[in-house]
Design a protein around this ligand. Sequence first.
Ligand code: CAO
Length: 245
Amino acid sequence: LIPWPKVDFAKFGPIERREMSRIKKISGANLTRNAVMIPAVTNHDDADVTELEAFRLQLNKEHEKAGIKVTMLAFLIKACVAALKKFPEFNSSIDVEGGGDALIYKHYWNIGFAADTPNGLVVPVIKNADQKGILQISQETAELAKKAREGKLSPAEMSGATFTISSLGGIGGRYFTPIINAPEVAILGVCKARMEPVWDGQQFVPRLMLPLSLTWDHRVIDGAAAARFNAYLGQILADFRRVLL
Ligand code: CAO
């Protein structure tokens, strides 16, 4: 690589130097390694979450008194667990210590989720998400996100993920290309759902469409599998009864 450009910024105007947070220094090094070393590709897709969002709002009314807020993120975690079970290579890691010629399939489903904090990005983990319901996952993600913002997450609460979700849904945007959190082999980026005219075969109907961006490690996964993973995720988010099939 050619050397990084050296510029005397002060020559062009006033400047100020600020040290990066500890989290940014650590995550920066990890992100650089992951971006440079993983042959990553991103597939974009949309999921129809019209009925799911109506169900979520109904659940929120039902659980208002208990103070539980049911979130889209909780449904995404459950939908990803179902997709990871159907496509197990997405829940694997390359056996680097064993020479890199084998995959280690994990028979547990721990889902990390990116949490934005004043000091930088952290990834708390919902352990054994396959064994938990939507209400419990909603509560756990809220507690972990609060702890993250307060800088109180323990290393154990940030380790052991088998797959990560990065949701910018509460903020905005359409699609983005998340960086895989090694040694995981895929990550799902989610943006803000919006009402769109969708052709139902006869007419355009207003549907709430959720943008999904799946980044995957091409050493482990190929494009067809990624497209199938996204399509399956979309089917489940459109109708969770499909998890039972
Ligand atoms: N589409 C539309 N609206 C959405 C949505 C989506 N996909 N996801 C959430 N929302 C809405 C919710 O309905 C809620 O609206 P109300 O306040 O009106 O009820 C609002 O956004 C907040 O949602 P939420 O409470 O469910 O929280 P969240 O899931 O958006 O966020 C968390 C939780 C931890 C993911 C978030 O705080 C966060 O840190 N996001 C940033 C992650 C990040 O930085 N990723 C990038 C990593 S790469 O640098």
